[in-house]
Design a protein. Structure first.
Length: 103
């Protein structure tokens, strides 16, 4: 039986981004990982594993900046899709309101 993951994919992506953002503020990447892990409530080893998986997924020669760009592009696509859905929904409800007033 497969169990549902404890942490959502959105939380994982956000935690990885936080590590990359805070890397300059700490002496090492591990220190940044420990800091972020304490904030989101997971172990540093778990967060380190998520980062390694993201780097592998992004490609062998990907840098932290390239990984961040890919994540932002993915988020941008999702937001554009959501905006399009909201525009269509608002147009639908505006038309329904006009039709209701005419009756």
């Amino acid at each position: 039986m497969k169990t549902q993951p404890k942490y959502s994919p959105e939380l994982r992506e956000r935690a990885i981004r936080m590590v990359y953002e805070q890397r300059e503020q700490h002496d090492s990447q591990w220190a940044a990982i420990e800091s972020v892990a304490g904030k989101i409530g997971c172990t540093p080893q778990t967060l380190s594993h998520w980062i390694r998986k993201a780097e592998v997924k992004a490609g062998p020669d990907a840098t932290a900046a390239e990984i961040r760009v890919k994540e932002l592009e993915r988020e941008n696509r999702e937001l554009r899709r959501a905006n399009e859905i909201l525009k269509l929904a608002s147009a639908f409800f505006a038309q329904a309101e006009l039709d209701r007033r005419l009756k």
